[in-house]
Design a protein around this ligand. Structure first.
Ligand SMILES: Cc1cc2nc3c(=O)[nH]c(=O)nc-3n(C[C@H](O)[C@H](O)[C@H](O)COP(=O)(O)OP(=O)(O)OC[C@H]3O[C@@H](n4cnc5c(N)ncnc54)[C@H](O)[C@@H]3O)c2cc1C
Length: 381
């Protein structure tokens, strides 16, 4: 059952995330976006505060929170800066979850623990130049050689790869079977010889985040670093992405709410025709729709998070919340820029960045079209 009331612990955590985002992240946002680089001291501080291990057990050094609390963190952080939000999301929902949900106890102690206790960063390398929505088109190979697998291939758009310590890499262990059945998932430490991380890919939005190409040339990975069994890679990737979409839904809500908050301040200050533009009915109606849709998106995120916390099937709910919330993030940020007029288009004001940041939420961790395939396919099964 979805509760519309947060627990006392969740409210306290939400306040902590909000205060941290306001005091520690907000002063750095503009400079990080212009420099197209994250402030690594900020990330180190977030590691210390536990932002990178929220939904993982204390027995592994995590915070022992629920998915709902993680979604609250994603909203609060992304409300201030979506680049920092996606850094958390890829680390937590994509990289760590692969190990938490599929790793052996030994793998969890060796690799999950430092990821969730704030010592290391993780990334997730699935997408390739010719394998995007159709992730089964992966061409990277993993050939068995004694006690090792030798990985060769090319990943693209790998978030966090500029600084990540641990890479989850998806590669074919059986070329004849192809990606859906012949793909496997490997834990690859950054220092493994043969990994070459390219430059940050210049982007429209979430410009501060790290997002690079990763080339793998004869990367020797010990067989102990295979997750689960050979051939389970596609399932592992799809499982991680299904959970990740709850965090991206929360990111969308944060981006939208951040734009609304900025718009409210602005319309009370800006005067035209001798009065504040807040007094025009069009302004009030626009704000009303912005908030209504954002609230609806937030409850869809909470519904999916609650289902995951209750160990219910959440795949379709997560896809629905991402599909809807990303659309809302686009609509709300576009409306916010409109309320700011020409100043909204100027980089001197904060809302154009939110519009740029919102667009990626319709693309990564599955495009909106892919979300429709998941939801529609589920309805007809
Ligand atoms: C900033 C950023 C960060 C990212 N981070 C990561 C990461 O950390 N790790 C990772 O592995 N990947 C990452 N990605 C990759 C991302 O998940 C893919 O870009 C996304 O899944 C879409 O794949 P594509 O870009 O190849 O587009 P394509 O799959 O080529 O799609 C192009 C268009 O065709 C549509 N389309 C495709 N197939 C169908 C179909 N069957 N029916 C209808 N329409 C269809 C798509 O919806 C889209 O509109 C990131 C991407 C970006 C831009």
């Amino acid at each position: 059952m979805v509760s519309f009331e947060l627990t006392r612990e969740q409210k306290m955590a939400q306040k902590m995330f909000r205060d941290f985002a306001e005091t520690e992240i907000r002063p750095l946002v503009r400079d990080m976006d212009e420099a197209e680089e994250l402030d690594m001291d900020l990330l180190a501080k977030m590691q210390k505060y536990g932002f990178f291990g929220i939904p993982y057990g204390k027995e592994y050094g995590g915070c022992g929170g629920d998915v709902m609390t993680y979604a609250l963190a994603m909203e609060e952080v992304s409300k201030v800066d979506a680049s920092v939000g996606i850094t958390m999301s890829v680390h937590t929902s994509l990289c760590c979850s692969c190990i938490a949900e599929n790793g052996t106890e030994e793998q969890k102690q060796k690799f999950l623990r430092p990821l969730v206790d704030g010592s290391k960063f993780g990334c997730f390398g699935l997408t390739e130049p010719s394998a995007g929505t159709d992730a089964s088109g992966v061409l990277t190979t993993a050939d068995k050689d004694g006690d090792f697998y030798v990985l060769n291939g090319q990943k693209v758009f790998t978030t966090n790869s500029g600084f990540a310590d641990i890479f989850i890499i998806f590669a074919l262990t059986d070329k004849a079977l192809g990606g859906a059945k012949g793909m496997s998932a490997f834990i690859v430490p950054r220092e493994t010889p043969g990994i070459a991380v390219g430059k940050n890919i210049p982007r429209m939005g979430i410009r501060a985040a790290s997002n690079c190409e990763v080339a793998l040339t004869d990367v020797r990975v010990p067989k102990e670093n295979l997750l689960a069994v050979e051939g389970k890679g596609y399932k592992i990737a799809m499982g991680a992405l299904a959970g990740g979409r709850i965090g991206i839904g929360a990111q969308c809500v944060g981006i939208a709410q951040g734009a609304i908050d900025e718009a409210i301040k602005y319309v009370k200050e800006r005067k035209q025709f001798g009065k504040e533009i807040a007094k025009f009915q069009n302004t009030q109606f626009t704000l009303a729709l912005m908030q209504t849709k954002t609230d609806a998106a937030r409850y869809m995120v909470w519904r999916a998070a609650t289902a995951k916390d209750n160990h219910e099937n959440y795949t379709s709910l997560a896809a629905e919340c991402k599909l809807f919330a990303s659309d809302v993030a686009m609509e709300v940020t576009r409306a916010a820029v409109q309320l700011f007029g020409g100043y909204g288009y100027s980089r001197e004001y904060p809302v154009e960045k939110k519009l740029r940041d919102a667009k990626i939420t319709e693309i990564y961790e599955g495009t909106s079209e892919a979300m429709k395939m998941i939801v529609g396919g589920g309805m007809l099964r």
